[in-house]
Design a binder for this molecule. Structure first.
Ligand code: NI
Length: 260
């Protein structure tokens, strides 16, 4: 079975500290274990650029570039940063803007600044006709409101934490929904319910490595190879074979990110 991890941070500093051989060994191990493709996600200009460099080293790895809401630095810098981001996105291995969105769990960045960066990056996605990867933590209402302002822009809500009703609404609006290792957690009732209502042509899977390691690795460093465990759990919940989930999530990711 061949898998597509639609969301990982393989260049995270933790790999060079905690994984023998660091980022390069991690990616080689994952590609050998049946994960054929990884979208490596940026959260600021610096690691978005690093993500593109990484993508050029490995055929199956692609880059997403964007400013995470927790990395939104300030009002005065925004136009310069968006301009830098746009330049990165002309690279042939940059397939999405992300991760962008809203994080109301961490209070470090004021909401108006988060909203400003989110909106500017949605405008850029519209201009460049490129999909977006949304980070929505405890901000479901404002995220929905923002994407409705940009009906031309489509993408994926990553590590989805909303309700089945929200999943249905996003699907109606033309969006994809990605589930991470959180669906494997024993008490994760809501994501388990949400992942069965998503139509087969809108479902994605991911790890969000190095975060959110699935059961039974919870609490340890996550890695793209573990996307298999999320695939198996979703297959179990939807009462189909894991190979079927692997196949449809691969097709969906390639369609969304325009990968041949
Ligand atoms: Ni992430």
């Amino acid at each position: 079975m061949t898998l597509f991890d639609s969301h990982a941070h393989c260049d995270d500093a933790r790999y060079n500290a905690e994984y023998e051989g660091g980022t390069d060994k991690l990616i080689k191990d994952c590609l050998e274990s049946g994960v054929a493709n990884i979208i490596n996600i940026g959260t600021c200009i610096e690691n978005s650029r690093a993500s593109i460099e990484l993508a050029h080293k490995y055929e199956g790895v692609y880059a997403s570039c964007g400013i995470h809401p927790c990395e939104a630095l300030g009002r005065n810098d925004v136009d310069g940063i968006i301009c830098e981001l746009e330049k990165l996105l002309y690279d042939e291995k940059a397939v999405a803007i992300g991760e962008i969105g809203l994080d109301y769990h961490w209070q470090d960045v004021p909401r108006d600044i988060q909203l400003l960066y989110f909106e500017k990056q949605m405008e850029l996605a519209k201009k460049l006709n490129i999909p977006v990867i949304i980070h929505d933590r405890e901000a479901h209402g404002d995220c929905l409101e923002m994407i409705k302002k940009f009906p031309e822009v489509k993408g994926v809500f990553h590590s989805f934490s909303g309700s089945p009703e929200m999943a249905r609404e996003l699907v109606k609006l033309g969006w994809y929904i990605s589930f991470s290792g959180t669906v494997t957690f024993k008490n994760a009732r809501v994501p388990k319910e949400a992942c069965v209502v998503v139509p087969s042509d809108r479902l994605l899977i991911e790890t969000d490595s190095p975060y959110l390691a699935p059961t039974p690795h919870r609490g340890t460093i996550n890695m793209p190879a573990y996307v298999r465990l999320t695939c198996e759990e979703i297959a179990h919940l939807r009462e189909v074979e894991p190979e079927e989930i692997a196949k449809i999530t691969m097709e969906n990711a390639k369609r969304l990110f325009k990968i041949k």
